[in-house]
Design a protein around this ligand. Structure first.
Ligand SMILES: [Zn+2]
Length: 368
């Protein structure tokens, strides 16, 4: 995705600026100072057009930021944490950590952004018609009024991941009581709109309006891939629903003994069986896990002198899971603990092993 920098915090949320933001900021300031302002304000020195262009571009990004904050304030009211707000080439993106708990919450979080944009537009409209306002201020206010209306309208297009698509999802979700189905339909609508944008862009490019056309193509491409990603994600979550650890685990577990040397373990198990890691037993209980990750940190000459027990990652309650737990719990656990395998236990007994690659293989085979 490329480099981004944190420039501060708003409402406690880290605010980041992506490298692509600078490109669009420069382009926008340039086109405003060369096109829009010279057209609406006559007899002004060139440097003033540049100042106006930069001020207007900055105010646009503040507008985008406040739009995102609109989403965030409602999300925070529902106690949904927000990891960060990023300003990038296509505007702003608030990364909300969890999905909304109810269709109503989804609707309110989604609609808050466009609503804020409309309010900002009305504010600039007030500034534009303010009696005795200097012409340069009127020109800036008029531009920002228009662009904020456009922002609200564009975001209300009912295709996920746009705000309007989230509103659509909330509606289908409320009506069908099926979150996954709602996401699927809203994402399909988003892909449809994205294709439309790209067709318009292609038409513009071929008929000579290359700049605007390229822009449509870029936004269309971006929307298409984000809609496609959420579609895939839902399909993936649906295929996991109902699966238990016991369905996916490897039931016959080969275990190592803590007092074996690394040399023995490598020759007898790692090389022979080709697995990436093994549970380690000591006195009939799970004592830890030895995987290639730990082995790689030990120089080969040391292998005959060290035992498995000395090198293994010691066992912790977080590294075991029960067979009747949902597979999603196992995946969350692996992610949180940065482990690629968990021991499946029933009481003191080891009944299986579940690994990231095992889950991937299982899904690969069952989804065909
Ligand atoms: Zn929005």
């Amino acid at each position: 995705m490329g480099q981004s920098w944190q420039i501060g915090r708003v409402l406690g949320i880290p605010l980041r600026v992506h490298v692509s933001w600078f490109i669009v900021f420069a382009l926008l300031s340039w086109s405003l100072s060369q096109g829009y302002f010279p057209a609406v304000l006559r007899h002004v020195p060139m440097w003033q057009y540049w100042v106006l262009g930069i001020v207007a571009a900055l105010l646009l990004f503040v507008s985008v930021l406040v739009h995102e904050l609109g989403h965030c304030i409602v999300a925070l009211r529902y106690r949904i944490p927000i990891s960060q707000i990023t300003l990038f080439i296509f505007g702003g993106m608030a990364q909300i950590k969890r999905e909304a708990p109810t269709p109503k919450a989804e609707f309110l979080i989604a609609i808050a952004g466009p609503l804020v944009s409309v309010l900002i537009a009305l504010g600039f409209w007030g500034a534009a018609v303010f009696p005795g306002a200097p012409p340069s201020m009127m020109a800036i206010a008029e531009y920002l009024m228009n662009i904020n209306f456009v922002l609200a309208a564009f975001n209300l297009v009912p295709g996920y991941p746009l705000d309007g698509g989230r509103v659509l999802r909330a509606g289908i979700w409320a009506w069908s009581h099926n979150f996954h189905k709602a996401t699927r339909y809203a994402a399909r609508a988003g892909q449809g709109f994205a294709i439309l944008l790209m067709v318009v862009g292609l038409y513009d490019v071929t008929t000579g309006a290359a700049m605007g056309g390229m822009w449509f193509l870029l936004i269309g491409g971006f929307l298409f891939s984000s809609a496609q990603n959420s579609h895939r994600q839902v399909a993936f979550q649906e295929s996991l629903a109902g699966l238990r650890v016991g369905d996916v685990m490897t039931p016959e577990v080969v275990t190592l003994q803590a007092d074996e040397t690394l040399d023995q373990a490598v020759n007898r198990y790692f090389l022979q069986l080709g697995f990436g890691g093994f549970p380690v037993m000591a006195n009939g209980k799970v004592a830890g896990m030895l995987s290639l990750r730990e082995l790689k940190t030990i120089p080969r000459e040391e292998w005959p002198n060290l035992t498995v027990g000395q090198v293994m990652t010691p066992h912790a309650p977080q590294s075991e899971i029960r067979p009747n737990e949902p597979i999603t719990a196992a995946m969350d656990r692996m992610l949180q603990e940065d482990r690629s395998r968990l021991v499946v236990t029933e009481g003191e007994k080891v009944v299986g092993l579940i690994t990231r690659s095992g889950i991937a293989r299982f899904l690969d085979l069952t989804q065909r």
